[in-house]
Design a protein around this ligand. Structure first.
Ligand code: PA5
Length: 438
């Protein structure tokens, strides 16, 4: 279960928001819901098991035991969701666990074209035992195509004959794009990304679900949680709608106090990549030059990701004493999946008696509480997203809650939260520069 608490906002001296303004108003919420549904974006439709889920499960079952390495080639929304899933739901050192003990393939997510990264992966891969999952909604993203061209050549050399085709799976648009053409030409197994689901909203399509299923994540449970998140998102009462409340708090804080930055601070190493995923979602969705009427607005909330307790020794000085421009959104889990404790202290360690016998889970929770209390005393806005435990269900629910909050923010700012025109120019210039240099 995923809970949102905004109670720390109510007690601030000057930079707070009252509960009744966050919960205001049912009419506004219902209007936004209607607008969102009218836009026919698919992020809610995919929050349920479907025939596509069955196809993914069937394929994952068929290839179980055939590959030691699964490599995702993809970038942005085609990589961040699956990274978050892997980090949250598999042991943190999954790829380092020895083969038999691991009980599934290693998963490498190659979301960069850094030659050192590619060379390093080359040194690890055993090509005949490797499956490449090439993920791109457009099927034309140069970084992903570059990786694909490289590994296709490599695989063709390593695996002679037509059998190399079984080492590639395409996840891409049903109709358009180079990768779709490749899938047809080469006879690759392929999975579609629904037309109305944008990259950063696609974690619950084959983009996230296929690699997750390949490493043994229970995607049906993930979708069970997602369905719960979808129901909550559609609830017409502001008290029951966490996605709305979060968006409303972010919007009002910006409007009233110029709080333009949202720091998602995960108090769990396993959840750190969720903050990375959210960073893209918030940045690309809300950072826009024009509103839906074409008026120049330059909206945006700057996302920062942080890790508790680590960044208490790196970022918190700034959050407590720097500009009043940040909302700190704690992402926490009530329970950890491992129980380890600090031993009782000895005679020479009395200065640290407060640590003796304390569990590391309690230490994490206490430090988080203390950090939040300090922020409150510094009059800094904070809020909490709290998971009962890290599980497939809670992750599914969390993804939909956060996607829903972005949909609401889009309506509040009056902008299109689903496009990313500002990314195009860099792409065009890269292509031009490469062509000019030929
Ligand atoms: O959210 C988005 O649409 C983008 O960030 C894309 O995920 C990213 O640009 C990769 O695009 P594609 O999946 O088409 O390769």
């Amino acid at each position: 279960m995923v809970g949102l608490s905004l109670k720390h906002l109510h007690t601030l001296k000057t930079h707070g928001l009252k509960q009744k303004e966050i919960l205001s108003s049912g009419q506004l919420l219902r209007g936004y819901l209607q607008d969102i549904q009218r836009r026919r974006q698919g992020f809610l439709d995919i929050a349920h098991p479907s025939d596509a889920t069955k196809d993914i499960l069937k394929y994952a079952k068929k290839v179980r035991g055939s590959f030691e390495h699964v490599v995702v080639l993809g970038i942005g929304g085609s990589a961040l969701g699956v990274t978050a899933l892997m980090q949250a739901l598999k042991p943190l050192s999954w790829n380092q666990i020895s083969g038999k003990k691991r009980g599934g393939p290693q998963l490498h997510i190659l979301d960069n074209v850094d030659p050192e990264l590619i060379a390093n992966l080359d040194s690890i891969l055993d090509y005949p035992k490797t499956l490449f999952v090439v993920i791109s909604k457009s099927g034309t993203t140069p970084e992903t195509v570059a990786q694909y061209l490289y590994y296709k050549r490599k695989m063709k050399k390593a695996v002679k004959g037509a059998s190399y085709a079984r080492h590639f799976v395409m996840v891409t648009d049903l109709e358009k794009g180079f990768l779709r053409e490749e899938a047809r030409r080469e006879g690759f197994v392929n999975f579609p990304i629904p037309d109305n689901v944008g990259g950063r909203f696609s974690v619950l399509t084959a983009v996230g679900l296929l690699p997750a299923a390949l490493i043994g994540i229970d995607i049906l449970k993930l979708l069970k949680g997602a369905s719960k998140g979808a129901d909550a998102f559609l609830s017409a009462k502001t008290e029951d709608n966490s996605a709305y409340q979060l968006a409303r708090a972010q919007y009002l804080l910006q409007l009233r106090y110029g709080v333009t930055t949202t720091v998602m601070m995960a108090y769990s190493s396993a959840l750190y990549s969720v903050a990375d995923w959210y960073r893209q979602l918030l940045a690309e969705s809300i950072g826009k030059a024009v509103n839906r009427e074409g008026k120049t607005v330059h909206t945006g909330l700057t996302p920062i990701k942080a890790l508790g307790v680590t960044d208490q020794h790196s970022q918190v000085q700034l959050y407590n004493e720097g500009p009043y421009d940040k909302l700190i959104l704690f992402l926490e889990t009530k329970t950890f999946r491992s129980a380890v404790s600090i031993p009782k202290v000895g005679i020479h360690e009395q200065a640290f008696s407060f640590l003796g016998g304390v569990s590391f889970a309690d230490l994490m929770h206490t430090e988080q509480k203390a950090t939040q209390e300090a922020l409150t005393q510094y009059d800094r806005p904070t809020a909490n997203i709290s998971l009962d435990r890290i599980s497939e269900e809670s992750l599914g629910e969390l993804f939909v809650m956060l996607e829903g909050s972005i949909a609401f923010l889009g309506e509040m700012y009056g902008i299109d939260a689903y496009n990313q025109p500002g990314v195009e120019l860099g792409k065009v210039l890269t292509k031009k520069m490469l062509l000019d240099s030929h």
